[in-house]
Design a protein around this ligand. Structure first.
Ligand SMILES: CCCCCCCCCCCCCC(=O)SCCNC(=O)CCNC(=O)[C@H](O)C(C)(C)COP(=O)(O)OP(=O)(O)OC[C@H]1O[C@@H](n2cnc3c(N)ncnc32)[C@H](O)[C@@H]1OP(=O)(O)O
Length: 240
């Protein structure tokens, strides 16, 4: 296992050097331009395959894209700087204009999308709106290491939170995490692919109760189980 992971790491490092050709290289040389204009202008969708995706991840992605054809599933696009239509929802709740429009936030980007391709969180989420559930396909890269050779528990928690957030948003719109409970059952080898199945269990007023299981690609290994409580934000309340 360790040998295949090392090989994986080597190819990830190799990929790092040649990602997206000259355009990306020139952006790397001008970090300010990259942060403030390039990606914002083109709204790159980060929930699409890139060369760091393993065969397993690409295969699962293709399977779910097929499921999207009849409209029962949809792939959620993902921007680095949060998708405009979603962040507009949240602006209603964070009323301090300095916080929303301030200089600090112009550099803000989604925590899970802040890594070079393949080094951190590679993932895509598919929603099934009728069944109120989501499937998140996640490959955890070498910068997410905890115990040597294995994924950090905080990285798993992060992806569970993101998957839950998308699942709760199907019914709740603008929601926030109030509670997360995770049972880590098996350590996750670094660079492996995980499938996070989340579902809405109960809706009680503004409270959305969700649960998930985190499994290997062949579904045989149960890595984690979790429950979460999300609260639909109340437009009458400011959260700051
Ligand atoms: C638009 C969607 C976009 C989606 C994009 C997804 C991709 C990105 C996803 C990224 C994902 C990242 C996501 C993140 O990182 S979210 C960031 C991490 N989370 C936070 O920072 C949240 C901090 N907490 C708060 O702001 C408030 O407490 C909230 C807003 C949650 C509720 O404050 P609010 O003043 O509004 O509500 P309330 O206090 O009247 O409570 C209402 C009801 O809820 C019950 N309650 C509350 N808390 C708890 C608790 N801990 N256990 C059990 N119960 C709890 C409470 O008893 C009451 O019940 P009841 O008396 O009515 O029965």
């Amino acid at each position: 296992m360790l040998r295949s992971c090392t090989a994986g790491l080597r190819s990830l490092w190799a990929l790092r050097g040649r990602r997206e050709g000259a355009a990306r290289l020139s952006a790397d040389l001008q970090p300010a331009r990259r942060l403030f204009s390039t990606e914002k202008a083109v709204h790159k969708d980060w929930a699409l395959p890139n060369p760091s995706w393993s065969k397993d991840l690409k295969l699962l992605f293709d399977q779910f894209m097929k499921k999207c054809e009849d409209g029962s599933w949809e792939r959620l696009p993902s921007c680095k700087h949060t998708c405009t239509y979603k962040s507009e929802d949240f602006k209603t709740y964070f009323l301090d204009p300095q916080l929303v429009e301030g200089e600090g936030l112009s550099q803000a980007q989604l925590f899970t999308r802040g890594f070079e391709d393949g080094l951190g969180f590679e993932y895509v989420i598919f929603n099934n709106n009728d069944e109120k559930r989501t499937v998140c396909l996640f490959q955890g890269g070498p910068y997410l290491q905890g115990i040597p050779g294995f994924l950090h528990g905080g990285a798993i928690a992060t992806m569970i939170d993101v998957a839950f957030g998308s699942c709760a948003a199907i019914s709740g719109g603008a929601v926030m995490t109030a509670n997360l409970n995770i049972n880590f059952k098996r350590p996750v080898p670094l660079c492996s692919v995980l499938v996070i199945h989340s579902q809405l269990d109960k809706l009680e007023g503004r409270k959305l109760f969700v649960s998930c299981n985190v499994r290997s690609v062949d579904e045989k290994t149960l890595y984690s189980e979790a429950t979460g409580l999300f609260i639909k934000l109340d437009p009458k309340k400011s959260s700051t």
